[in-house]
Design a protein around this ligand. Structure first.
Ligand SMILES: *Cc1c(COP(=O)(O)O)cnc(C)c1O
Length: 366
């Protein structure tokens, strides 16, 4: 078959192991999965009610324009409906951006380690990827600026960054974008926005009023607890969104996803509670790291990167045998660290107990 030559050697995304897989492989009953930054508290009750109670006319296509969700979200964000683009998760928005803007003639600039889908999709489109190493767990914005030239099409920023958790402070973000040439689209991947508490942070959607070449990516998969429903979106200037709309598959979000996301939107209290619980959980991980002399950079998201002073793959494997699923930094570009999703209090304590055993640190707090 006449495969696109660029697919040579490419592999499918390797997700964290599923609960069922680990149960089967290790004969374990109770599994704690803290690997994919899902919300340990589920989704807003109104979204759960919608999913349980709504009868779907399954033979009918969804509203491809997601009109009701679009209207509700536009109102909440204070933008026009035409400033929004919906995707099957923000993953699909990244695919749409790559298709629309990247080709063999282009290059694209991104931080590394960061979200791997930027490089993955750049490669599929044949664009040259210029990955700029983080400096002390933060975006090296000066080096990213230097990497931009006339052939640069997209610059990716990830704030808070996955897997390191740090934000780009608002003043630095603005100083950076003001120096990026206007032919370059600045994509601000903002999947963990709802969790941020740093005073140096300001809602990146405010950038859209001040710069013509910025779009912001958000998702219902993380704080809103709707990863199964696959709804993400981009917010940007109408001119940019209207160029992207033809690239979007016509029925790319589902009836269930649109309805659950709309129902979830109204529940600000739920998000606030999750943020508070998440802060408490992160403090617990930070205290553990401090007690044991392990590095654990400040995270503004719902995961932490924890130093393990050894092979991350090995530690991840040992935790798996005990029924805990986390991500090895060896797979994420952060060797020597594991990425742990902040869970509920009980799961956090259980995980730290298991981690202390694996690292022979003695029981935490003892
Ligand atoms: C989880 C995540 C996404 C994608 O989430 P979707 O479920 O596809 O919306 C995008 N960017 C980052 C940085 C993420 O961590």
């Amino acid at each position: 078959m006449r495969w696109n030559a660029r697919l040579e050697g490419m592999r499918a995304y390797e997700p964290g192991k599923t609960i069922a897989e680990v149960q089967r492989e290790y004969g374990l009953e109770r599994i704690v999965k803290l690997a994919s930054n899902e919300n340990p508290f589920g989704c807003p009750p109104a979204a759960a009610d919608f999913l349980r109670e709504t009868e779907t006319e399954t033979e009918l296509y969804p509203d491809g324009y997601a009109t009701a969700l679009r209207t509700g979200l536009a109102e909440k964000l204070g933008v026009t409906p035409r400033q929004l683009l919906f995707g099957g998760g923000s993953d699909e928005i990244i695919v749409i951006l790559a298709r629309a803007l990247l080709s063999e003639r282009d290059n694209t600039v991104a931080p590394w380690p960061s979200f791997p889908q930027y490089r993955h999709n750049a490669r599929i489109e044949g664009a040259e990827m210029r990955e700029i190493p983080l400096a002390g767990h933060s975006h090296d914005l000066d080096a990213m600026l230097r990497a931009i030239d006339d052939e640069t099409s997209i610059v990716w920023l990830c704030t808070p960054n996955n897997p390191t958790g740090g934000i780009i402070p608002d003043n630095e973000l603005r100083a950076f974008i003001s120096k990026v040439p206007e032919h370059v689209l600045v994509v601000v991947d903002n999947a963990y926005h709802e969790y941020v508490t740093s005073p140096e942070y300001r809602d990146p959607i405010s950038l859209i009023d001040d710069f013509p070449n910025v779009i912001v990516l958000r998702t219902f998969s993380k704080a809103y607890g709707l990863a199964a429903c696959r709804v993400g979106y981009a917010v940007g200037p109408e001119e940019i969104i209207s160029k992207l709309e033809p690239v979007r598959p016509p029925f790319n979000t589902t009836v269930a996803g649109q309805g659950a996301a709309l129902a979830a939107l109204g529940d600000a209290g739920f998000i606030e509670q999750c943020r508070e619980q998440n802060e408490k959980g992160k403090a617990r991980y930070e205290r553990f790291a401090e007690q044991h002399g392990l590095e654990c950079p400040r995270s503004e998201a719902n995961f932490v990167l924890m130093e393990v002073k050894g092979s991350a793959d090995e530690v991840t494997g040992e935790l798996l045998k005990k029924g805990f699923i986390v991500r090895s930094g060896d797979k994420l570009g952060t060797p020597g660290f594991i990425r742990i999703t902040v869970g509920n209090e009980k799961d956090n304590e259980a995980l730290l107990g298991a981690l202390a055993e694996v690292l022979s640190l003695g029981v935490p707090g003892a």
